[in-house]
Design a protein around this ligand. Structure first.
Ligand code: HEC
Ligand code: HEC
Length: 361
């Protein structure tokens, strides 16, 4: 399966080495991942420094999705993807060997975990809904609900050393485990010149994650001219979704990714006394309760929804927007009562469920 995914990645000659530029500046100036770093134990800064991207290359996915921005020092290969896939599912990466990345990002649960909140080793509570990693390679302006990290390479080590997640106590423990494993030394050797290193763990995981994309949906076929690809109800739903005088979802979830990768406060959780301040942790004033608008490609797979997992179904998401969300002085004024009738609500759900579902060949 991975082989065919890989073949689908058509390598573009890099037009020019695009520096990560202003996006990187805005994120790195506030010390990305500072929260995570203070929680982690003996993780040295060396691996993270090694993973800071210098330049990225645009790699085409297909004709209708934007290209992925891949760090030039970690272009994909079949060996890296295979190693990353194995590491992703391996509990060896957690201190007590009880959980892997897949525990919270399970293929069967839309690469999320089907629960409102993530739970770390020993049932340590997390504070946010496991983000689905479907389409994650397409985000080039910031990862996590609050955009505190820029690249998948930089992100990958954080959950491993995070106390409330996999809680690994030191880099040397992890290196020891990998080096004494029957398969890993050879697999790392095949994938990287310098074999088993902490930075290479991150690089392999990132290469695997970039293969997890909803490449084709009924919507893509519909806009390419196949008018029968979407059901009648989904076509009506698309119109409600896109109409500035109806639901206008498109203003924050524009095609083809169905996200603009910007941060908004749509009111979720704002009725709680100590609400999650989201992007405020990263940027400070002006970002209270803002979260990244998620891609809706394949959204039917990754319930429950929102950063706090508070909405169990797409029907409930539509009801939430229809009543104008949770009003609060920081809630975006774009979120207003919609007064959709029952059929319009059904059509909107049908568009997301049928129109944006992944079509697997
Ligand atoms: C205990 C549960 C848990 C484990 C284990 C875990 N994650 Fe996550 N992951 C989360 C949660 C929760 C978030 C959202 C956190 C936030 O936004 O603050 C997340 C977010 C992410 C994101 C960002 C996605 C996006 O769209 O921006 C990536 C990538 C990711 N995880 C990869 C991994 C990898 C790789 C591993 C294994 C090394 C891993 N995760 C292990 C719970 C987990
Ligand atoms: C003002 C920008 C904005 C508008 C307008 C908007 N959204 Fe969202 N959407 C967001 C943000 C931001 C989130 C994440 C919010 C959070 O978790 O706190 C989100 C989350 C979602 C989710 C859950 C995604 C997930 O992975 O959990 C769905 C589904 C969704 N929106 C659909 C819609 C639909 C349908 C409409 C139109 C009725 C709409 N959105 C209008 C910004 C917007």
């Amino acid at each position: 399966m991975m082989g065919s995914n890989l073949k689908n990645l058509v390598w573009l000659l890099c037009l020019s080495l695009a520096f990560v530029g202003c996006d990187r500046e805005s994120v790195s100036s506030v010390d990305p991942g500072s929260e995570a770093k203070s929680e982690s134990r003996e993780q040295s800064d060396t691996a993270q420094a090694e993973l800071t991207p210098v330049a990225t290359q645009a790699v085409a996915v297909n004709d209708w999705l934007p290209p992925m921005q891949v760090p030039v020092d970690n272009l994909s290969s079949e060996q890296k993807v295979a190693l990353g896939e194995k590491l992703f599912a391996d509990p060896l990466l957690s201190l007590d060997q009880s959980m892997s990345c897949s525990t919270c990002h399970d293929r069967e649960s839309g690469w999320s975990n089907g629960q409102s909140f993530a739970e770390g080793v020993n049932g340590q509570p997390g504070t946010r809904n496991s983000l689905s990693i479907l389409n994650v390679g397409l985000y080039d302006k910031g990862l996590f609900w609050d955009g505190r990290v820029l690249t998948l390479e930089q992100q990958a080590l954080k959950p491993i050393f995070e106390k409330t997640e996999m809680a690994m106590d030191s880099e040397s423990t992890l290196l020891e485990r990998l080096n004494s494993h029957p398969d890993y030394p050879a697999l790392f050797g095949a994938a990287f010149d310098d074999g088993v290193t902490i930075a290479n763990v991150a690089r392999a995981l990132a290469c695997f994650e970039r293969t997890i994309v909803v490449r084709e949906t009924a919507y893509d076929r519909y806009v390419r001219g196949d008018k029968t690809a979407m059901s009648k109800s989904a076509i009506r739903g698309l119109k409600i979704f896109s109409n500035p005088r109806r639901a206008n979802c498109i203003s924050c979830h524009p095609a083809p990714m169905f996200t603009d990768q910007q941060y908004y406060n749509i009111g979720v959780g704002m009725d709680k006394k100590d609400y999650d301040m989201g992007r405020h942790h990263v940027l400070g004033w002006g970002s209270f309760g803002k979260f990244r608008s998620p891609s809706l490609r394949g959204i039917d797979q990754s319930a429950p929804y929102m950063h706090d997992g508070s909405l169990p179904t797409l029907e409930e998401v539509v009801e939430y927007y229809d009543r104008g969300g949770i009003r609060h002085k920081y809630t975006d004024t774009a979120v207003q009562r919609l007064r959709l009738n029952d059929q319009q609500k059904k059509d909107l759900v049908e568009f997301m469920r049928q129109g944006l579902a992944e079509i697997k060949e």
